[in-house]
Design a protein around this ligand. Structure first.
Ligand code: NAD
Length: 305
C-alpha cells in the first residue's frame, strides 16, 4: 500500500466514540460533490473508550493506508496529539486536535473547531466585541477550542461540573498564560444564574442535550425566570451540540427571546476548513445555508424528528 492514497480515490474518516450520531460523512460527501471530487468517502471509525491501544493503531493506519486525513472527535482530541508528527500552532494553543492531514505519511494536526465556533457565533449572532462577557459551560475539547479562538473579551466565566473541576482549573492555567482573563466556577444552579445575569454570550460546550439524551439541558425555566426575560432577550446563546439540530438549551433561550445559534454551523465552518486542508478545495461560504438545510433534513430523517 502506498504512503499516499492514489488521487483517483479520496478517503477521510471520523475517529471517536460515539460516532454513530454524526452527520459529517454526509457533509463531506456533499463538499466533494460541490467541489467536483469524485470517488470521495468519509468513514466513521469507532474506537471504544476501553480500547485506547486501538487509537494508536488507527492513527498509524491513516498514514499506512494513505487516507487524506481525519477528523477526531470526543473523547480523543487531547489523547491523539501524542501520535502526530507535526503539531500546528492551533493545536499548541488549544491543546486539542480535531483535524489531521496525512502529508506523505506524516500526520499533521490542526484544530479547526475554534475557527468553526467563532465563525458560527459571529455570523449567526453578532460579532464579538472587547466589552463582551462570555460564559462557557464545559472545559473539555470543544470549550478549549472556543476559548482558545475567542478574540479579546472583557470577561470569561467557565462553569464545569464538580467531578471534572480539575479540567476547568487546568484550562484556566493554560489560557491565563496566553493573556486571557478567566474565572472558573462550579456548575451549580446559583452559579448558572449569576453568570448568565452578567453575560452577553452563553455557550454550551458540554454534550448535555446531545442525541440520544435530547431532553437534557443545563439550563431550566426556573433559571431564566429568576434572571428575567428583559435580560435574556439581549443575549446570544450558542450550543456546540449539533444533533439534535435545536437542543433544549437553545429552545428555551429562544422562548425567552434570545438569539440562538445551533452547533451545526460550527460543524459546517470547521468542516469547510478541514476539507480545504485535506483537499485544497474551497467550499464557498455562500453554500453554508444550503449545506445546513441538507444536514438538518438528514438529522431529522436519520434520528426521527
Ligand atoms: P469532552 O468530553 O472533551 O468535554 C466535555 C465537557 O463537558 C467536560 O468539561 C465535562 O466535564 C462536561 N460534561 C460532560 N457531561 C456533563 C454533564 N452531564 N453535565 C455537565 N457537564 C458535563 O467533549 P468535547 O469534545 O468538548 O465535546 C462537547 C460537545 O461539543 C459534544 O456534544 C460534541 O459533539 C460537541 N462538539 C461539536 C462540534 C461541532 O462542530 N458542532 C465540535 C466539537 C464538539
Amino acid at each position: 500500500m502506498s504512503k499516499q492514497q492514489s488521487r483517483s480515490q479520496f478517503v477521510t474518516c471520523l475517529i471517536g466514540d460515539p460516532v454513530e450520531h454524526s452527520v459529517s460523512d454526509f457533509m463531506f460527501r456533499y463538499f466533494a460533490k460541490l467541489t467536483g471530487i469524485e470517488n470521495y468517502n468519509h468513514l466513521k471509525i469507532k474506537i471504544s473508550k476501553a480500547d485506547l491501544e486501538n487509537l494508536k493503531i488507527t492513527m498509524k493506519a491513516i498514514a499506512v493506508f494513505g487516507f487524506m486525513g481525519a477528523n477526531i472527535t470526543l473523547p480523543y482530541k487531547e489523547k491523539a496529539i501524542k501520535y502526530l508528527d507535526i503539531i500546528d500552532k492551533t493545536v499548541q494553543r488549544i491543546g486539542a486536535v480535531n483535524t489531521i492531514v496525512n502529508k506523505k505519511g506524516k500526520l499533521i494536526g490542526y484544530n479547526t473547531d475554534g475557527h468553526g465556533a467563532i465563525k458560527a457565533v459571529e455570523t449567526k449572532l453578532r460579532p464579538l466585541k472587547s466589552a463582551d462577557r462570555v460564559v462557557v459551560f464545559g472545559a473539555g475539547g470543544a470549550a478549549r477550542a472556543i476559548i482558545g479562538s475567542l478574540p479579546q473579551v472583557s470577561h470569561l466565566t467557565v462553569l464545569n461540573r464538580p467531578s471534572d473541576f480539575n479540567q476547568a482549573e487546568k484550562l484556566k492555567k493554560d489560557f491565563i498564560k496566553c493573556g486571557s482573563r478567566i474565572e472558573t466556577k462550579s456548575l451549580t444552579d446559583r452559579n448558572i444564574v449569576s453568570a448568565i445575569r452578567e453575560a452577553d454570550f452563553v455557550i454550551n460546550a458540554t454534550p448535555v442535550g446531545m442525541y440520544p439524551k435530547t431532553g437534557a439541558s443545563l439550563i431550566y425555566k426556573s433559571h431564566f425566570d429568576s434572571i428575567g426575560r428583559s435580560r435574556i432577550k439581549n443575549l446570544g446563546f450558542f450550543d456546540a451540540v449539533f444533533n439534535p439540530f435545536e437542543t433544549e438549551f437553545l429552545k428555551l433561550a429562544k422562548q425567552y427571546g434570545a438569539k440562538t445559534c445551533p452547533g451545526i454551523y460550527m460543524m459546517i465552518y470547521q468542516g469547510i476548513k478541514a476539507f480545504r486542508l485535506w483537499t485544497g478545495k474551497v467550499v464557498s461560504e455562500g453554500k453554508v445555508e444550503e449545506v445546513r438545510r441538507l444536514l438538518q433534513k438528514t438529522i431529522n430523517s436519520r434520528y426521527g424528528k
